[in-house]
Design a binder for this molecule. Structure first.
Ligand code: ADP
Ligand code: MG
Length: 616
């Protein structure tokens, strides 16, 4: 048999490598920004068009390249950053593989202009799909400007796989944050479709964080500093009360490189133990400096995963350092988040004095009486007693809504009894027969047996359908605020807010001056309490940005989900009698009453047969 193994042509090899290095526009942004930093730049401009699909350009004022280097830089494994394997253990630069430019040039149209300080004129190179189209002399400032156009032009499958411009822009912004956060000594500008979205002057770490995430962030930061033989830790954690439901503002940098480390993340969360609930995440910006020889960043081509020599020690140091900071800045002791609402005394009971338990004695009971009379007698006695006990259970509940100052959650009726589970009269009849079980379930009776409704899931379903309807038909009722509320948002949050503004307006929100960091809220949907506006918007934005990144679901659905999740009653909320009924009625008026918007079962019916079985 003839030999069949051949070496792949370079452009094919490059295209294959590109698959690993370049997943989306954001990967290109990362590589170009890192090259600019490695070149010693002090000012870097990032220019994006259409989520990076049309243009990604990075302009720097760094060292630049000679004519030959400019050509060579697009060859695979061509790098100025390491020359021997030994150098891998002492990396001072971000790049070292010499793969990025070769990969990018294999799958896009690349245009580069570059000049070093000791040359009068620079070089202009054009490359398309690994082929050099032209190279000529050009007058250009010192430094390098690289434009990447038509990404994946020769891999349609990849190009089609890209998400909307907004989503790609968000990925790019994430990369930009990671780079900009760790280099506050470099000035950054970021332009998207012609407008400047970030202008970051040279600053200290803390200011850089505030410039990126908005000035409100400044007040939330607690400094962290520790120097040991193994590691030097600096940076900031966010105060526990600002922990968020979504991940996002969690940054680890090791030797000035953004890294992901579930293990170290766990160390931080462990330090916050007892200060935050289990489903929220603390924010942090932590910079670790370790001996370059004790860290291996080579294990993944996109280089966010690293391996530390002594992870266990690192974990312990990190955890205790953060604990120390939390204590030192007096963040820890004043908070009481681990509060179990099930242990609260219901408000309606608070004012009541203690009541002595009574023993009811059936004075007429005579065990020696005739069997027939006995059965009658004790039978009725039993019944009476039990029904009284049953009523007693309801005594507090029936009055709850009227008792002064009682602040239970009230679910407003959305539909006027149309299409409800019960007809008008049967509502009356059922008035006494819904009750709340462990502040989690609403229990009622139906023909076939006992209906048990999960209160928070059911309410989510009701609100979800309500909001979905309002967003699409634009009929939300707005409650005008007497005094507009001023809220501050970061640039990124503002971008999202603008994206969803129309839907928010449809359901009753009204905004002024959405262009600046401080937004005026002039109206809110009826359901949103004035005190909760900031929180609802914050959560909405973070839910939305999380959900949107992973899914193809419509904006309306996404928002309706986020709103329902944030506004629904929760486990632990006391519902008055009327609210319980409204909940039952509204749930069964829904199009899809069986499932919550998050695909969880909302209710179950325990049939009479099931109950009978228990008594067998
Ligand atoms: P790596 O960064 O891993 O070395 P790249 O493919 O990203 O590989 O870049 C190849 C080489 O091109 C670099 O080693 C560097 O010498 C040069 N280079 C790339 N971008 C720039 C830039 N913005 N300024 C100066 N030199 C650059
Ligand atoms: Mg590089």
């Amino acid at each position: 048999m003839a030999d069949i193994i051949k070496l792949l042509p370079d452009h094919v090899a490059n295209q294959i490598a590109a698959g690993e290095v370049v997943q989306r526009p954001a990967s290109v942004v990362k590589e170009l920004l890192e090259n600019a930093i490695d070149a010693g730049s002090t000012t870097i401009k990032l220019i994006i068009k259409d989520g990076g699909k049309t243009l990604i350009q990075v302009v720097d004022n760094g060292a630049g390249m000679s004519e030959t280097d400019a050509r060579l830089s697009f060859e695979r494994h061509a790098t100025s950053k390491i020359s021997s394997a030994q150098d891998l253990f002492n990396l001072q630069t971000k790049g070292f593989r010499g793969e990025a430019l070769a990969s990018i040039a294999a799958i896009a149209h690349v245009d580069m202009q570059t000049r070093t300080a000791d040359h009068e004129v620079g070089t202009h190179i054009k490359i398309e799909g690994s082929k050099i189209v032209s190279q000529e002399v050009v007058a250009t400032p010192k430094g390098t400007s690289i434009s990447v156009k038509n990404l994946f032009f020769n891999i349609p499958a990849r190009r089609n796989f890209l998400k909307s411009d907004q989503v790609e822009l968000r990925h790019i912004t994430d990369e930009f944050h990671r780079v900009a956060l760790v280099h506050p000594n470099i000035e950054f500008h970021f332009y998207n479709n012609g407008s400047e979205i970030f202008n970051l002057p040279i600053a200290k770490h803390r200011q850089r964080i505030a410039h990126i995430f908005g000035s409100k962030m400044d007040g939330r930061l607690v400094p962290v500093n520790e120097e040991t033989e193994v590691v030097t830790i600096s940076g900031f954690i966010c105060k526990p009360e600002f922990a968020k439901k979504s991940r996002g503002e969690q940054f680890f940098f090791a030797n000035n490189r953004f890294i992901k480390s579930p293990y170290l993340h766990h160390a931080v969360v462990a330090a916050f133990e007892g200060l935050i609930k289990s489903h929220v995440y603390p924010g942090y910006f932590l910079f670790l400096a370790v001996d370059p020889s004790s860290i291996d960043i080579n294990i993944h081509p996109t280089k966010t995963e690293v391996k530390f020599d002594d992870e266990n020690t690192l974990y312990a140091i990190l955890r205790s350092t953060i604990k120390h900071s939390l204590g030192q800045f007096n963040v820890a002791p004043i908070l009481d988040f681990d509060h179990d609402p099930n242990l609260d005394t219901p408000y309606s009971y608070k004012e009541k004095g203690a009541v002595l338990p009574k023993v009811t004695v059936d004075a007429s009971f005579n065990p020696f009486e005739e069997a027939t009379t006995k059965r009658n007698h004790s039978g009725s006695g039993f019944q009476k007693q039990s029904s009284r006990g049953w009523e007693n259970l309801y005594e507090g509940l029936g009055h709850q809504s009227e008792t002064d100052g009682f602040s239970s959650v009230v679910i407003e009726s959305e539909n006027d009894g149309q299409g409800t589970l019960y007809s008008e009269e049967s509502v009356e009849e059922h008035l006494a027969s819904t009750f709340q079980l462990r502040r989690k379930y609403v229990v009622s009776t139906v023909k076939s047996g006992m209906l048990v409704i999960h209160q928070s899931r059911a309410h989510e379903r009701i609100l979800f359908e309500k909001f979905l309807g309002e967003i699409t038909v634009k009929e939300g009722v707005s409650q005008q605020l007497l005094f507009p509320l001023e809220l501050t948002f970061s640039k990124q949050e503002l971008t999202i807010l603008k994206e969803i503004e129309e839907s928010l307006t449809n359901i009753g929100f009204a905004f002024e001056s959405l262009e600046e960091e401080t937004v005026k809220v002039t109206g809110v949907p009826m359901m949103v309490p004035e005190s909760g506006i900031g929180m609802v918007l914050d959560r909405l934005i973070s839910d939305y940005s999380e959900g949107f990144a992973d899914g193809s679901i419509s904006q309306a659905e996404m928002l309706a989900k986020a709103l329902s999740r944030n506004l629904a009653v929760r486990t632990g909320d006391v519902l008055d009698q009327e609210s319980q009924l409204t909940l039952v009625n509204n749930l069964f008026a829904c199009k899809e009453p069986t499932l919550s918007p998050f695909q969880k079962i909302t209710y179950t019916i325990i049939s009479e047969g099931d109950i009978d079985k228990k008594f067998n």
